[in-house]
Structure formats: structure tokens, C-alpha cells
Design a protein around this ligand. Sequence first.
Ligand SMILES: [Zn+2]
Length: 88
Amino acid sequence: MGTCDYCGSRFPKTRATRKYCTPRCKTNACLDRKPSRLRAADVQAIYELLASEFDCAEELKERLRAILAPQMPPIPLDGNRVIIPRMD
Ligand SMILES: [Zn+2]
């Protein structure tokens, strides 16, 4: 038996290299993986951020997210201001 690297469930291991219980878990793990290297174009884009001016930290965070994690939902900005969800 093996333990799935993604969901942690036990599954019968058929090969030594098998780390995930199902192809779905393998795909999810692949999608979740954080890249350990940046593309040269992304490095360039981050250098450009260093030279840029921002009205608030969230604007910078959103620009960084767009470069590093385009698959993540955007940080909501209204113009240059963060949208704070109302509780009512
Ligand atoms: Zn799994």
C-alpha cells in the first residue's frame, strides 16, 4: 500500500514511482505545484515592478500575482484601491 501524495488516502501501490492514488490526484498535484524557477520574461517583468510606483501594497501584490500565479484569482482592486467586502 502507498499513501497518495495529494489527498493522503491509502492505495495499492503498483509501481515504485507511483505517488498518487488516481490520475485526478496527479493532475491536481501538478496544478497546485509552485514553480521553483521563473521564466526569463517573468524575471524581467518583476524587475520592471521594482522600478514602478504603486499607490498601495495591494496593487503591487496583484501585479506580482499576475506574474507568478496567473491561475490564482485576482486580488480585487477598484482603480488603485482594494475593495473591502461589505458585511451587510
Ligand atoms: Zn489521491
